[in-house]
Design a binder for this molecule. Structure first.
Ligand SMILES: [Fe+2]
Ligand SMILES: [Fe+2]
Length: 223
């Protein structure tokens, strides 16, 4: 090995040692960060605990809290409108499978309405509906789509499934957002209630996809 090689090797060793030092420093910094994060999480827990106490004493003030209550009134209106629409549509489905799925979701929707009434209770508010233009528009469209298909046809079921999925996706977006706000505000019990409903909406959406993909779409194609 000549001198130059020796130097190169030394430099390589030096930089490897430097890298090692940097890695050690980074890992120590990360550990510090994560313990700082834990500290922040604890702080947040304490803060959210305070919020829940505040809520239980019915002292509602912040803009976000007001926004949240408004949004609950909005989805409370929407669920009632959806329940009526499902009751109307179930007898219009052609396949028994879709009829049953809609009947089941009508029952689930009734439970979701009661669950929202529990949310109002936790908020210390009387259940109140706030007109939701979005759901009125979607349900109007569902109605028109169903009317545009023939009674007893599988294309009718295709229309009902697509319409129902538009409704489900609206609900999934709403409950998903509200759940995150409830968590942020430290409303743990409300978050649990909203999560149960969100899971039900997602399950319904998947079931409708299955019914469409397994046979309804293919049978409609043969008409
Ligand atoms: Fe719902
Ligand atoms: Fe739903």
């Amino acid at each position: 090995m000549n001198q130059k090689d020796n130097n190169t090797e030394k430099t390589a060793q030096d930089s490897s040692a430097e890298v090692h030092e940097i890695e050690k420093a980074e890992s120590a910094a990360k550990q510090k960060d994560s313990s700082d994060d834990d500290g922040k999480k604890e702080d947040n827990k304490v803060k959210s605990g305070k919020k829940e106490q505040k809520k239980e004493s019915n002292d509602q003030n912040t803009e976000l809290e007001k926004f949240f209550t408004d949004a609950i009134q909005d989805i409370y209106y929407a669920e009632a409108a959806i329940e009526q629409s499902l009751a109307k549509i179930k007898s219009k489905a052609t396949s028994e499978e879709l009829q049953e799925a809609i009947e089941d979701h009508e029952l689930v929707t009734k439970k979701q309405i009661l669950r929202l009434e529990k949310v109002f209770k936790h908020l210390g508010e009387e259940p109140k509906k706030k007109k939701c233009d979005a759901i009125d528009g979607i349900l109007k469209e569902v109605d028109e789509m169903v009317k545009s298909t023939k009674d007893g046809s599988m294309t009718r079921d295709v229309a009902i499934i697509i319409g129902a999925q538009k409704v489900e996706h609206y609900e999934i977006a709403t409950y998903g957002g509200l759940l995150q706000i409830a968590i942020t505000l430290g409303y743990d019990k409300i978050a649990d209630l909203l999560e149960t409903t969100l899971d039900e909406e997602e399950e319904t959406d998947h079931l409708l996809t299955e019914i469409a993909e397994e046979h309804v779409n293919f049978e409609a194609k043969e008409e």
